[in-house]
Design a protein around this ligand. Structure first.
Ligand code: WT7
Length: 639
């Protein structure tokens, strides 16, 4: 057994879970023993959910990069840490051993330091999926700066909002990024964002696509030139900066039910312990195995299971720059065979999409190195689960259905590969340290099995959200006030006869589109910015590939004679304001919206119509103008 805290039997799981709930401090300190600390903790856990205030390993000092890099050098310095597969299969892949990655992270930590970055400073990272992205993330952690990675699909406006919220004075980016057949001009998007962010002092630009960029004197520098300065200085080591356990490690923005994304804050020690623990347990990782998480590092899945989890465990993490369907829908399977991947972790939307291309793209693919396959991000429907099991896992790889959130930092409810039972479309059982419960709308606990309710967690686990950046009250109201003394997930769930959890989806105004969280209010705000739009209401509807699609009902003041053109203009507006991921799938023009007498939009009715239900719309008598419902139902847009 290579990790002393790896659970290898159902009985051991039950024992570990029981102990973790009865004695969380004892349980997590015995896990934390196996990490490198500069100073040991004085107290394992201090908490209350009223403020909320959660502190793990108080008094300890550490740096997560000592654990992800330095401590592996002696025994595993020549092991691959990152295997990188480029977008274009014709281009050479890259392998960075732990020694090489450590070297590059130290080098870039110097670059950050030379450019004025200090402990506690916020650094925004806007790059494509190249090893330098992981290097930038780890270098921030090493100097004690707080990274805020922004997914490459967000618009200039979204970046500007996030830069301002975090007051980030530093940006690390690329000239551009390759994604499938497209080149994304990242630096140019950053330039647009910076028009409204004069507080940004330095932009470090890595060359990837060699697309022309404008470099502003005194503000913009090339990554390569800066690295050259460090080389000229003889590449001195960069000892990791000592951090307090609760010092923030990163901010990651995510959508909620209001119009403004929240900066979820995670801290060094708890996040380090929990991502490592869940990585080795959920996937039953064995040293030497290749772990391929297909997420982007711009999302929490990439932070936890491409970077920090695997590297903390001394594992090999495969990073892929491209997309599953380019040059063709066999790309993932080619990568699995080429790099002899053992663990594949992807999203149900990717599975459904690849499924829709047919089995032809699996011909000639061997896939025999796969041992564990997993899913994350949204509920997986049974059809996709069985396809994944039969055609990718060949019936012999356990499928882990991992439920968690940006706010939870790591996997919360999941089966443990080959150790605890799987059940299609069920995330199943909580990880040690996690005590889920269901409550009804009045906040009363729903006990027993074979029940459903709103999913809450009773007490803190090490990587629970600490605050929302710059606005602690928002953290309290969002997660800790709906049901007093509980963490509320925003998800609904049911618990079957065996106590297995099935996550049924969001119960708030948040959509899950292709595994990405999008707030309906955010999309509405963006639509309303389009000239001519008077009002809009956005709801989700079932989408075969994306899980949920975005359906917008829009009231126009003046309208162009061609509605198709107006739809395109509105879509482009949403792309500009948020990013292409938030573009509505359907836009229906309406003359009014169903509202109560107090002016509240009846989304329940709009959701039903979007799903295709135009008859049984429930009680509409309380509406201000019941007639509008009929009109909307008549005008519903189908496929
Ligand atoms: C929301 C969190 C953390 C992973 C990436 C998404 C949904 C996530 C599952 C699953 C059913 C799931 C939930 C959750 N979700 N995993 N296995 N089964 N639903 O992170 O953007 O923070 O979204 O994704 O609704 O609340 P995120």
């Amino acid at each position: 057994m290579s990790y002393p805290y790896q659970i290898t039997s159902l009985e051991a799981y039950r024992e570990a879970w029981q102990r973790s709930i009865e004695d969380p401090a004892g349980f997590w300190s015995s896990v934390a023993e196996h990490f490198t600390w500069r100073r040991r903790w004085e107290r394992v856990l201090t908490w209350n959910f009223t403020e909320p205030k959660v502190q793990w390993f108080t008094g300890a000092q550490l740096n997560i990069t000592d654990n992800c890099l330095d401590r592996h050098l002696e025994a595993a310095g020549d092991q691959p840490a990152i295997v990188w597969e480029p977008n274009d299969p014709q281009e050479h892949h890259r392998v960075l051993t732990y020694r090489q990655l450590h070297f590059k992270v130290c080098q870039f930590a110097h670059v950050l330091h030379n450019n004025g970055v200090r402990k506690g400073d916020r650094v925004c990272i806007y790059m494509g999926m190249i090893p330098e992205l992981a290097i930038a993330v780890l270098a921030c952690a090493r100097v004690g700066a707080i990274h805020s990675v922004i997914f490459g699909g967000f618009s200039a406006q979204s970046i500007s909002d996030r830069l301002q919220d975090a007051q980030a004075a530093f940006v690390v980016t690329c000239d551009g990024a390759f994604r499938g057949a497209k080149d994304i001009p990242l630096k140019s998007v950053i330039d647009d964002a910076l028009v409204t962010c004069p507080f940004v002092k330095r932009v470090i630009v890595f060359t990837r696509t060699r697309t022309p960029v404008s470099m502003i004197k005194g503000r913009d520098v090339w990554w390569e030139d800066e690295v050259h300065h460090v080389e000229t200085a003889g590449n001195p080591p960069f000892p990791a900066v000592e951090m307090e356990a609760e010092d923030p490690l990163f901010i990651l923005y995510t959508s909620g039910s209001t119009g403004k994304p929240k900066g979820v804050v995670h801290s060094h020690a708890g996040y380090m312990v929990y991502t490592n623990y869940t990585f080795v347990n959920v996937f039953q990782y064995r040293p030497g195995e290749v772990h391929f998480c297909t997420a982007d590092i711009g999302w929490i899945t990439g932070h936890s299971y491409i970077v920090y989890g695997p590297l903390g465990a001394g594992g090999t993490s495969l990073m892929f720059e491209g997309i599953p369907t380019w040059p063709d829908a066999g790309r993932f399977w080619d990568i699995v065979d080429k790099h002899r991947v053992n663990i594949l972790y992807t999203a149900p939307t990717a599975i459904r999409s690849l499924m829709s291309y047919g089995l032809g793209y699996l011909e000639g693919k061997c896939l025999d190195t796969l041992r564990v396959i997993g899913t994350v991000g949204e509920p997986i429907n049974e059809e996709a689960w069985h396809w994944y099991d039969a055609h990718i896992g060949k019936g012999k790889c356990p499928i882990v259905d991992t439920w968690w959130q940006t706010e939870t930092g790591g996997v919360m409810i999941s089966n443990i590969a080959g150790v605890t039972p799987a059940k299609p479309s069920y995330a199943t059982l909580p990880m040690p340290g996690v005590e889920p419960l269901l409550v009804d709308d009045a906040g009363r606990e729903v006990e027993g099995n074979g029940v459903s309710g709103n999913l809450c967690i009773r007490s803190p686990w090490p990587s629970i959200i600490r605050t929302t950046y710059g606005d602690h009250e928002r953290c309290r109201t969002n997660y800790f006030s709906t049901y007093p003394d509980l963490y509320f997930t925003g998800d609904g769930a049911l618990r079957d006869e065996n106590g297995f959890y099935r996550i049924t989806g969001r119960v708030d105004d948040v959509l899950n589109v292709s595994g990405h969280r999008i707030g309906t209010a955010e999309v509405e705000n963006a639509i309303n910015m389009h000239a001519g739009v008077v009002e809009s209401a956005v709801v989700g509807f079932s989408h075969d590939i994306k899980g949920q699609g975005i359906y917008a009902y829009v009231i126009m003041g003046e309208m162009h004679s061609d509605p198709a053109l107006t739809r395109r203009d509105i879509s482009l507006t949403v792309s500009r304001i948020i990013g292409p991921i938030a573009k509505p799938d359907r836009i229906q023009f309406v003359s009014g919206l169903p509202k109560t007498r107090s002016g509240k939009i009846m989304r329940r009715i709009l959701r039903k119509i979007a799903e295709g239900e135009t008859e049984q719309l429930g009680d509409t008598t309380t509406l201000l103008d019941p007639g509008v419902v009929h009109e909307i139902a008549q005008g519903r847009l189908g496929q």
